[in-house]
Design a protein around this ligand. Structure first.
Ligand code: ADP
Ligand code: MG
Length: 563
């Protein structure tokens, strides 16, 4: 039993030295992650390691910390590349080099990233000056090897990071060529989010009696994974941009990465989103290095809210606070899906993964579900009516906040003078309307986005509403409507469409029999025509909404008064 448990005992217990622990303390790391716990001791002992863990689990520190400790202080006279880290993309080269640099705080070790797109002169100069650790993309590393500007004969430790991705990007031959230039007695570690057969083959050829470390995604599931809500919408391809806009408006994400298959798709979608008023920026391999840096910086800083990216461009990037990941298409494999959704729900935060699928792709979705053992809920694209309801909900909150905020005297006087001739409720409603219109001049798309037809879902037929619900107010006041109280509300996830769907489906009444809908946290109120009220209450008895049993009854409160 530990009595004197210092916060960094976890790292110290793995055998890391004081200097590294001081660096970790300054970075705010408290406990090693699972992959770090498992991989650091064998790496420190000089063993080869084959490590598998999902994106975002801290693989960089898992290999960088032992690498740094084993290198020790550099010899003052002769500097030689003793640590080599190969990564698939230039962004990762920069990111990993930066991480290694941070972990090396307090030592004199030099770390440089070497990647395509950066001035080769600059890289030559850095290499000439002498470096200890090189973080490189395979293509550029091979360039330097051929020019004679990179020497790998002193390499003690070689790391292949995101090895699966390097293979997917067609770097297999480059990897072989680079490995040939390194001493046979080196230490080798291979890290990958997935370990398909091709990776095992590489490991068999180039790793010596590797310690295999596999962190099961299932083990993560309880704490981390469950925090990602996974949803799919079935829509036709041509309706995807509109569906995406609806979903974004409904979800209100803080920052989103949208994945597309190709550069062209990325550019097109970025433009479409821009024209719809979203601050979206494209990230793909066709951009210059400066452009990419700028895009990433703006996204990290929150200056842009949506990053539209190809898999390759975004792979492995460590971006914090991604609230939503959108698959504009169903990813080609379950692995790719896991990689993508790994961008959100990081470090225990909540995340949402949205997939836009065509009907013919629903089989792919099921494959992914089986493989990942995550449930992907298929939902209907929010209707214009849902959005409208959501906006009114937001307005309700905003008004409440303004009311408690006070400082309303000037406005009160305006209302007072109007109240001489008008009902105060009417005046308030007019003010709300004005605010609503001023806030969002652009009209909603009114047409509902059709579900991709080949896909048939039981609750498919949602009644079509006119978006503004123009006569709802009149209906509410009219004597032939009755209010039903339903004991589920916002906190149960109830949306207007759920209520309308349940009522029209269960009671087989026309949507026109339904008037105003008011959803509070713990309950909902629905106006229905007097003629249908009993059959609706009877029909709702025993049914479920969002998985919860419903109780419905006539509302006892006086009409027209908010609960
Ligand atoms: P991976 O390579 O597995 O995708 P990274 O190495 O990029 O993951 O790490 C993801 C994030 O977690 C980074 O921001 C990193 O600084 C952070 N991190 C890594 N290890 C720890 C730790 N032990 N405690 C806190 N944060 C950590
Ligand atoms: Mg990584």
């Amino acid at each position: 039993m530990e009595i004197d448990a210092r916060p960094l005992d976890g790292f110290a217990a793995l055998g890391l030295d004081e200097r590294l622990i001081a660096a970790l303390t300054s970075l705010g790391y408290e406990e090693p992650t699972a992959i770090q716990r498992e991989a650091i001791p064998p790496l420190l002992a000089g063993k080869d390691v084959l490590g598998q863990a999902a994106t975002g689990t801290g693989k960089t520190a898992a290999f960088a910390l032992p690498l740094l400790q084993r290198l020790g202080e550099p010899a003052a006279t002769e500097r030689a590349v003793r640590g080599l880290i190969l990564v698939p993309t230039r962004e990762l080269a920069m990111q990993v080099a930066e991480a290694v640099h941070k972990y090396s705080r307090g030592s004199a070790l030099r770390v440089v990233p070497i990647y395509g797109g950066q001035s080769i002169v600059q890289q030559l100069r850095a290499l000439e000056r002498g470096v200890d650790v090189v973080v490189a993309t395979p293509g550029r590393a091979l360039d330097h090897l051929r020019r004679g500007s990179l020497h790998l004969d002193a390499v003690q430790t070689l790391i292949l990071d995101e090895a699966d991705e390097m293979l997917d990007m067609g770097f297999a031959e480059e990897l072989e060529a680079i490995l040939e230039h390194t001493p046979a007695e080196r230490q080798t570690a291979l890290f990958s989010a997935t370990v398909p057969k091709r990776i095992l083959e590489i490991a068999k050829r180039h790793l010596r009696a590797p310690v295999q470390v596999k962190i099961q995604p299932e083990k993560l599931a309880a704490g981390e994974r469950a925090r990602v809500r996974e949803i799919a919408y079935i829509v036709q391809r041509r309706n995807k941009p509109a569906a995406l806009a609806r979903v974004l408006d409904m979800e209100g994400p803080t920052s989103t990465i949208v994945f597309c298959r190709t550069r062209i798709e990325v550019d097109e979608l970025t433009e479409t989103l821009g024209s719809r008023g979203y601050s979206a920026e494209a990230l793909h391999g066709g951009l210059s290095q400066e452009q990419r840096d700028r895009v990433l910086r703006r996204f990290r800083d929150g200056a842009s809210e949506i990053l539209v990216a190809t898999d390759v461009a975004a792979r492995g990037l460590d971006i914090e606070h991604v609230s939503h990941v959108v698959n504009f298409d169903v990813p080609s494999s379950p692995d790719a899906y896991l990689h993508r959704i790994g961008r959100t729900g990081r470090a225990g935060r909540e995340g949402v993964a949205v997939t836009l699928a065509e009907a013919r792709e629903s089989r792919l979705l099921r494959n992914i579900e089986q493989f990942t053992k995550h449930k992907i809920t298929i939902e209907s694209v929010p209707t214009a009516h849902d959005l409208r309801a959501r906006r009114l909900e937001l307005m309700h909150t905003a008004l409440e906040e303004t009311l408690t905020g006070g400082n309303l005297d000037a406005y009160r006087r305006v209302i007072e003078s109007l109240a001489v001739d008008h009902d105060v409720l009417d005046i308030a409603a007019a003010a709300a309307k004005l605010a609503d219109e001023a806030r969002d001049g652009s009209a909603d798309d009114e047409a509902d986005i059709p579900k991709d037809v080949a896909f048939v879902q039981p609750l498919a037929e949602r009644p079509r509403f006119t978006k503004a619900h123009p006569d709802a107010a009149k209906r509410m006041a009219s004597a032939d409507m009755t209010r039903i109280f339903i004991d589920l509300g916002r906190s149960a996830g109830i949306r207007p469409a759920d209520l309308v769907g349940a009522i029209t489906n269960e009671a087989k009444v026309d949507a026109r029999q339904i008037g105003a809908i008011d959803i509070a946290d713990g309950f909902s109120l629905v106006e229905v025509s007097n003629a249908s009220v009993d059959s609706i209450i009877a029909a709702l008895r025993g049914t479920k909404l969002r998985g919860k049993p419903v109780t419905a009854r006539r509302d006892r409160k006086v009409k027209g008064v908010r609960p």
